[in-house]
Write a protein that binds this ligand. Structure first.
Ligand code: SF4
Ligand code: SF4
Length: 156
């Protein structure tokens, strides 16, 4: 995370021609053209859920709004959509000189400014977790609550 009030290095990321990055004037940063996407969430890895209890814990977390989960390279993460208390109304950092190290190490070279990335798996609602666990870990001794697969259509 690296919203800054000072210019950062020019982007080195290969530019997707469908989504060209803005031309930066001298002294400008890519952040000057951004709505501070990287200052509006935090995420960290979690243990891969394997039991129904694990998924129920996820569901509980998601009952608190703005909590989501995603999977990337088989690693699971919790992602909370919440804005840093020091983000200013003009989308610049209010504590630039003392911002945390993770913000300092974040760079516009590889940030999500123009990202159109899609996760391997993304859970946005508790209901999606319930549907998922019914498929991957249906309760023992009981069939899944999902509707059975319908028979193939037959011509008569
Ligand atoms: S997402 Fe990139 S461009 Fe936007 S504020 Fe963060 S570092 Fe700057
Ligand atoms: S301290 Fe907050 S506003 Fe400043 S760069 Fe970090 S996340 Fe963004």
């Amino acid at each position: 995370m690296g919203k800054s009030t000072a210019p950062k290095a020019a982007p080195e990321k290969p530019v997707d021609p469908r989504f060209p990055r803005p031309v930066l004037l001298p002294g400008q940063s890519l952040c000057d053209h951004c709505t501070a996407k990287c200052c509006k969430y935090f995420a960290w890895p979690i243990e891969r859920p394997t039991k129904r209890d694990d998924f129920d814990y996820m569901r509980w977390a998601m009952l608190h709004s703005q909590t989501t989960f995603f999977v990337e390279d088989n690693d699971w993460y919790v992602l909370v959509h919440t804005t840093c208390k020091h983000l200013r109304p003009d989308n610049l950092c209010g504590i630039y000189e003392t911002r945390p190290e993770i913000c300092r190490s974040y760079s516009t070279n590889d940030c999500e400014f123009d990202s159109h990335y899609v996760y391997e798996k993304y859970f946005e609602t508790p209901e999606q977790v319930v549907d998922y666990v019914e498929v991957v870990a249906p309760p023992k001794g009981r069939k899944s609550i999902r509707s059975p697969k319908p028979p193939l259509f037959q011509f008569v």
